[in-house]
Design a protein around this ligand. Structure first.
Ligand code: SF4
Ligand code: SF4
Length: 91
């Protein structure tokens, strides 16, 4: 089964505020931008034109990998509030 097939089995109850934040100034000076390739759900997307990070927090699988990989340890990560976020995983 491909990773895309597996991701399609995850159900979300999206929050309307992000449970993920970062420090934009630190991101501008980050050489690896590890979050943009370590995340299995493509949550972190660096925009070269605006020199800023777009965070697709709605897709977050709550695995915690980005927080570990961030070379500047500047990702603020918490679980979505209440019954929001990932609500069901199959297989
Ligand atoms: S790895 Fe951390 S510092 Fe680097 S771009 Fe991602 S969030 Fe910013
Ligand atoms: S917790 Fe996992 S899925 Fe969510 S943004 Fe970080 S790496 Fe991506």
């Amino acid at each position: 089964m491909s990773i895309d097939d597996k991701l399609s089995k995850v159900k979300y109850n999206c929050d309307n505020i992000s449970h993920l934040t970062t420090n934009e100034e630190k991101c501008k000076n980050c050489k690896t931008k590890a979050c943009t390739y370590i995340c299995p759900a493509n949550v972190w997307q660096w925009n070269e034109n605006s020199n800023s990070m777009h965070i697709n927090f709605e897709n977050c699988l709550e695995c915690g990998a980005c927080r570990i990989a961030c070379e500047k340890q500047c990702i603020e990560w918490k679980y979505p509030s209440g019954n929001k976020g990932v609500i069901f995983k199959q297989g």
